[in-house]
Structure formats: C-alpha cells, structure tokens
Design a binder for this molecule. Structure first.
Ligand code: PDD
Length: 283
C-alpha cells in the first residue's frame, strides 16, 4: 500500500510530497513539529501534544492557521489513509514560503505537512525486553529547548554518534555535568532507594508529553518521584534508568557509556511504567 502525506491542503502520494525550495523550514529551520504515538488507531496524549504545538508556534510568532477541529480531522485522515494501527504521526508547521531574508513579513502563510507510519509493536517490545544503551555527550543546543523546533542539528549529530558507537540514544550533559535529556527523549533514573528522578522542566529541556503522563502514572502506582537534576555519576550508580518519548514510550536503559545499570537487565519500575502506559492506550 502506498503512503499518503498531507501537504498544505492536499493528500498526496508520499513519494511526490514536496514543499517549495524557499520554504523557511528548509532554509532556516524556521518551524516546529509534533510527534504523536498511535496506539490502536488512536492518538496518544492527543490534547497535550496539541497544547505544546500551540505553545511552540506562539513562542516563534508563527500563526496557528487551523482550528483544533480541522487539525484533528487532518491527523485522523492521514492515519486512516495510511492504515496505521500502531505507529506514529508527524506534524510539521513552518513559517512558510518567502524570498530568502532572515527577517520575515507578517503575512506569510505557514506550511503544514503531516505524515504517518506504522511501527511494529513486537520490535519495540523486544527492544524493551533487553533494554538499550546510551552514551553521554556535551549538550551543544540553544537555550530554548522548551520549543519543539525543527532546528535539530546538535540532536541529529549526537544521535548519529550514539548509533555509530552501537548505542540507542545519547544523553546530553550541561556545563555543570547534569544530564539535560536525550536527543529525542527525556531521561530518567531510579535511585537505589527507589525514587524516580527526572529533570524539572524549564527552557533547558523539552517538556515531554510522555514524561508528564508517566509522572501521573507513577503517582497512581505509588512510586515516589522527584523532579530535579541528576549528574552522569548519579545516573551510573542508579538502580534503573530509562528514556521516554512518543516513539519509545518508556524504554529501559541498561548501560550508560561503559557502566552497566543495575543488573544489566531492564528494571522493575521501568517495566511497570511501560506496561501501564501501554495498557492505558487500550482502555
Ligand atoms: N522527540 N526531548 C526531546 C529533545 C525530544 O525530541 C522528545 C521527543 C522528547 C520527548 O517528548 P514526548 O514525550 O512529547 O515525545 C524529549 C520526538 C519523539 C522526535 O523528535 O521524534
């Protein structure tokens, strides 16, 4: 079955989907994006992603030219046309097309692209059974990481370094030695005395939607949580570690650089949170 993308008002074959060469997303990475997990043909944490999208747009002064209702219809239609039951939907909004100039005219019409793809849940389940490894690298990003901008060059370079070293993700580390987050995920540890720790949100990290849902789930599961910074050393001595995102959900981490975490197998708390989060999507 051929994939279908939504581009500026039309549903087109994925292979032919394109935007103009003077789209400011292409020339300046002047745009934002969102990624939703699709579980059982439904968008996970739908409203929270929409709210974050609107905040990202507003922080960059890009107008939101849809109503929530019309955007929801487009997302639903792309999922339906691509027959995605489990997977992800990607939405990108850039400031639009204009003759190249760093500053912008206020009347540019934003470009909107939506794609969706299926992900094999069995593959993710297998990965979660063994756990993944992460490496640590200096966080070279700008100071507004709270905006889900398509400007991801430091993220992609760090992710590629991780993959080149056989690791799944890179944890980025600030100038004081504290972990900020992963290149496309939030970072978590569970201390030896069973406290779930993840960095508190401000402009240092993206406020992960999955992170928030997991914090709520942790409360329901009566797990003690703390939102604070942690160093690489603390992480390496943790009982458990994991990452969270719309694409990985809660994914156990069993190795950080050369240090094995806990027993070297996925920890109990991370697995419980992952199972509970998945189960919630089937209610
Ligand atoms: N990334 N931090 C960063 C830098 C991210 O890029 C992401 C998500 C997260 C987790 O956010 P959420 O739980 O809302 O997915 C944290 C998406 C999945 C991506 O870039 O593909």
């Amino acid at each position: 079955m051929s994939r279908i993308a939504y581009v500026n008002g039309s549903y087109v074959p994925h292979a032919q989907a394109s935007v103009h060469i003077e789209d400011r997303g292409y020339q300046f990475s002047d745009g934002v994006y969102e990624v939703w997990a699709i579980q059982n043909s439904k968008l996970r944490d739908h409203q929270q992603h929409l709210t974050r999208l609107q905040r990202s747009l507003s922080e960059l002064d890009i107008p939101f030219t849809h109503t929530n209702r019309s955007l929801n219809m487009i997302l639903g239609e792309v999922i339906r046309r691509n027959r995605v039951r489990n997977g992800m939907v990607y939405l990108q909004i850039t400031r639009g097309v204009a003759p190249r100039d760093h500053s912008w005219a206020k009347d540019i019409i934003p470009s909107i692209v939506v794609t969706a793809k299926s992900v094999d849940p069995a593959q993710a389940a297998n990965r979660a059974k063994t756990g993944v490894s992460v490496i640590t690298l200096a966080d070279l990003r700008w100071k507004r990481r709270d905006i889900k901008s398509v400007s991801l060059l430091p993220n992609v370079l760090a992710k590629q370094s991780a993959r080149d070293k056989g690791a799944f993700e890179a944890w980025l580390v600030d100038e004081e030695g504290f972990v900020t987050e992963g290149t496309s995920s939030n970072a978590w540890i569970i201390t030896q005395d069973n406290v779930l720790v993840t960095r508190s949100v401000n402009s240092d990290i993206l406020s992960g939607v999955t992170r928030l849902s997991l914090l709520e789930l942790a409360k329901e599961l009566q797990l003690k949580t703390e939102q604070r910074k942690f160093t690489i050393d603390e992480a390496k001595q943790a009982k458990e570690a994991f990452i969270s995102s719309a694409t990985t959900l809660a994914m156990p981490v069993v190795k950080i650089d050369k240090s094995v975490i806990g027993t070297g197998s996925p920890g109990m708390a991370a697995q419980r949170l992952r199972e509970a989060y998945i189960a919630q999507g089937y209610v």
